[in-house]
Design a protein around this ligand. Structure first.
Ligand SMILES: Cc1cc2nc3c(=O)[nH]c(=O)nc-3n(C[C@H](O)[C@H](O)[C@H](O)COP(=O)(O)OP(=O)(O)OC[C@H]3O[C@@H](n4cnc5c(N)ncnc54)[C@H](O)[C@@H]3O)c2cc1C
Length: 459
């Protein structure tokens, strides 16, 4: 059963985790990163690739927050053109182009933007898409197709353009594994209970939810990458003015792909309020989303009846027979936005990094620009470092991890530090979000196998 286990040197598992927990007590780090979503993992990776002493913790699994609840698009955001955010779209598109050529986790995807009574006008779409292509560095006119039956009759036609998608959880996990391979200690299921400043250093008491142990560490810098929980980290919740944080919930539903046979993703506007929405093919299933509603709590992950009703009623303009019975799964995320405005759709998605007393807080941003966010963190930290100790960030962080084991469960447990079946089903192999039965048929097999591997390979 365990014949194709990795060698201990390349391992990142419950065993290396236990070793790290046993040895870090009283350790002095240069960087303590709180939050293992895309921003925390990308930043930890950049810092570790600079050879620095880094500790990354997440109180749940890596990628268990908003970074596994996104639309999973790596894009410039066509919609932001309507807000005249040309510079931001260009920045995001250049990052999209970089990721498309530097990692296999980001893949090209064609999108059909429908023209119907709810959409932007055909002429606006043609010019918007032309600008989008130009901002991405391509001189390419968008192609218009008449609707010849792919869409319901009210759709007159559609423009096709190129963008890209990813597996957001895998992108996070790959950054964590890369950080670990460059020497960072990365611990899931570990939470800081207390953080305080003393004698020019930060100190923290950490709780390991797996062993029940508490640990104490010290550090020079803290990176608060807790996403929507950025103002809730004890001891550093008031480090810098984070009062412009706005939280906006977005949900998606997962349905069988046979409901919509088109191969491309679809961009349409909701007949209810003319918000832009997506239908995204993901193999056996399609994802439909999303909503954008303010919430006051980072713990408000509940998917309400209204959310579901809104998505279904909106998507019926493209898939008329769609009903509640078709929903296999649904998932939510909470956008940690940093800006102002009464319409969540108009609040900027730009990332901000704020430094106060050696604590850097990350707010806003997208999965797409996580590398640029990590670079901004490095840039702001460099202001406090002597010239010869400054961080380099050109081209960083890279992703130095590629799956190579034919057994996905062994890979997840021994190379990606999955500790239980939900870590695997939801955030390593994606069965919950990318299969027709929401991973149900795999549940008992994965559970038994993980249990067996953990028991058989205890140190
Ligand atoms: C519906 C929706 C769709 C989106 N679609 C896209 C898209 O298509 N493309 C795109 O580029 N962006 C998209 N985004 C934006 C993107 O998902 C987020 O900006 C990004 O994931 C935020 O990442 P993060 O690392 O800051 O936060 P998170 O992913 O939430 O990470 C924060 C982590 O901190 C941990 N944490 C919290 N409190 C503590 C604590 N006390 N101790 C330790 N750890 C803690 C959490 O467990 C969590 O894992 C979307 C967002 C939403 C909501």
């Amino acid at each position: 059963m365990t014949s194709n286990l990795p060698s201990f040197e390349s391992e990142f598992s419950f065993r290396t985790r236990q070793r790290d927990i046993e040895t870090i007590g009283e350790s002095d780090f240069e960087f303590f990163v709180v939050g293992g979503g895309i921003n925390g993992s990308g930043t930890a990776s950049l810092l570790a690739q600079n050879g620095r002493k880094v500790l990354l913790v997440d109180r749940n699994d890596f990628a268990s927050g908003t970074s596994s609840g996104s639309s999973k698009l790596i894009h410039g955001g066509l919609r932001y053109l309507a807000n005249f955010e040309f510079r931001e779209v260009k920045r995001l598109l250049s990052e999209r182009n970089y990721l498309l050529t530097h990692t296999e986790i980001v893949k090209p995807l064609l999108f059909d933007v429908v023209v119907d009574e709810y959409s932007w006008k055909k002429i606006s779409l043609r010019s918007g898409l032309t600008i989008y292509n130009l901002l991405s560095g391509r001189i390419k006119l968008p192609r218009y197709h008449r609707n010849s039956g792919t869409f319901p009759e009210h759709v007159k036609g559609y423009f096709t353009y190129e963008d890209s998608m990813t597996d957001d959880s895998l992108l996070v996990i790959s950054n964590v594994v890369t950080a670990h391979s460059h020497g960072a200690i990365c611990l899931n299921y570990v939470e800081p209970l207390e953080i305080w400043e003393e004698n020019g250093k930060w100190h923290a008491i950490l709780k390991d939810f797996i062993s029940g142990r508490t640990l104490q560490i010290s550090t020079k810098f803290i990176v608060n990458a807790a996403g929507p929980w950025v103002t809730k980290i004890p001891g550093i919740d008031k480090a810098g003015n984070l009062s412009n944080l706005l939280l906006s919930k977005g949900i998606h539903i997962v349905v069988d792909s046979s409901l919509f046979p088109g191969k491309n993703a679809v961009v349409f506007r909701s007949p209810i309020d003319r918000r832009q929405m997506f239908i995204i093919p993901r193999g056996e299933v399609i994802h439909i989303g999303t909503t954008d509603t303010f919430t006051s709590s980072p713990d408000d992950w509940k998917i309400t009846e209204e959310d579901i009703e809104y998505i279904i009623s909106s998507a019926r303009s493209i898939i008329p027979e769609l009903g509640r019975k078709d929903i296999i799964e649904s998932f939510a995320g909470i956008r940690p936005l940093f800006g102002s405005g009464s319409d969540p759709g108009k609040v900027t998605r730009k990332s901000s990094v704020i430094m106060n007393k050696n604590v850097v807080s990350i707010l806003g941003g997208k999965i797409t620009d996580y590398r640029l966010t990590a670079q901004s963190v490095a840039r702001i930290i460099n202001k406090c470092l002597p010239r010869n100790k400054r961080l380099t960030f050109k081209g960083l962080p890279t992703i130095d991890y590629r799956r190579n084991n034919s057994d996905a469960i062994i890979q997840a447990v021994f190379n990606e530090c999955a500790l239980n079946e939900e870590d695997i089903l939801r955030r390593r192999i994606g069965a919950r979000l990318y299969t027709k039965d929401g991973g149900k048929s795999l549940e008992s097999h994965v559970k038994e196998k993980v249990k067996g591997l953990l028991l058989a390979n205890k140190n």
